[in-house]
Design a protein. Structure first.
Length: 268
């Protein structure tokens, strides 16, 4: 589980986790705030899931580095650690590779130890884009004891079924071709009773482009209404644009500000 290479402060850099769960090297992006190496502080952490099949080499296109540096400088978020794991075409599930297990059992505790993350649910938040937003919502519902909030950008959380053209239909994570019953069994509504029974709050920021060709603007309205019915805090933002990196870069500052509004600041 050793993390190879080091991350430079103020930059999103790529490191390698020798994953025992996956049985292979695992590419991880990590952002460390300026001063991390010498401060001795422990930091709030965001675990952020990229989209379907997005490789680590493309993580800089998400706009995390620029948004985090600007937000920290402006005082809109505290200095924080942001971890972005490759999830391939798994959608954060265990249906092809044990990615969900690797995240929960290996990456979360290893990253917190390696980069001095804060302990407790006020120390960690989760988020993601598209397929990664689907994965992040599942992780928030499955592990509300771990995360203080979730931020979801264009999350692919289709109810009742994914549209034609969705990556769900070719990823293999839900069968190839997609098995409708598998999608339903793994989608977030199934997790709500168990989440509700835990009795823990989960504030959510959810956003999308108005012209998203996959209909995600309507899907996040459904999630917003569901969350309000659960009595949970939710903030929804719709912006011009489609299902594209330019939209996610535009939304990233709001997402980071929201996420770290719900964490504790760095402390010894």
């Amino acid at each position: 589980m050793l993390l190879a290479a080091t991350a430079q402060a103020g930059e999103l850099r790529r490191v390698t986790l020798e994953s025992a769960v996956l049985g292979r090297p695992w590419q991880i992006g990590v952002y460390l705030p300026t001063g991390h190496a010498t401060s001795g502080l422990r930091y709030p952490m965001l675990f952020f899931m990229p989209g379907d099949g997005v490789p680590a080499a493309e993580f800089p296109e998400l706009g995390i580095e620029a948004a985090a540096n600007a937000a920290i400088t402006a005082g809109r978020m505290p200095p924080a650690v942001i971890v972005v794991p490759e999830i391939g075409r798994s959608w954060g599930l265990d249906t092809q590779e044990r990615v969900q297990a690797a995240l929960a059992e290996e990456l979360f505790p290893t990253a917190a130890k390696c980069w001095r993350g804060l302990d407790g649910r006020r120390g960690q938040v989760v988020g993601g884009i598209s397929a990664g937003g689907y994965a992040a919502l599942r992780l928030a519902l499955l592990h509300p004891e771990r995360f203080a909030a979730a931020v979801l950008l264009s999350p692919a959380i289709y109810v009742p079924q994914p549209p034609e053209g969705s990556g769900t239909r070719t990823s293999g994570a839900f069968g190839r071709p997609l098995v409708p019953e598998t999608w339903t069994a793994l989608n977030y509504p199934v997790l709500l009773p168990g989440f509700r029974a835990r009795g823990l709050p989960m504030p959510i920021f959810v956003a999308s482009g108005l012209a998203d060709h996959l209909g995600i603007a309507g899907q996040i309205e459904t999630l917003r209404d569901t969350w309000k019915a659960e009595g949970m805090p939710v903030e929804m933002v719709l912006v011009p644009g489609g299902h594209a990196p330019a939209v996610w870069r535009a939304l990233m500052p709001k997402a980071l500000t929201y996420a770290f509004r719900h964490t504790d600041p760095p402390h010894p």
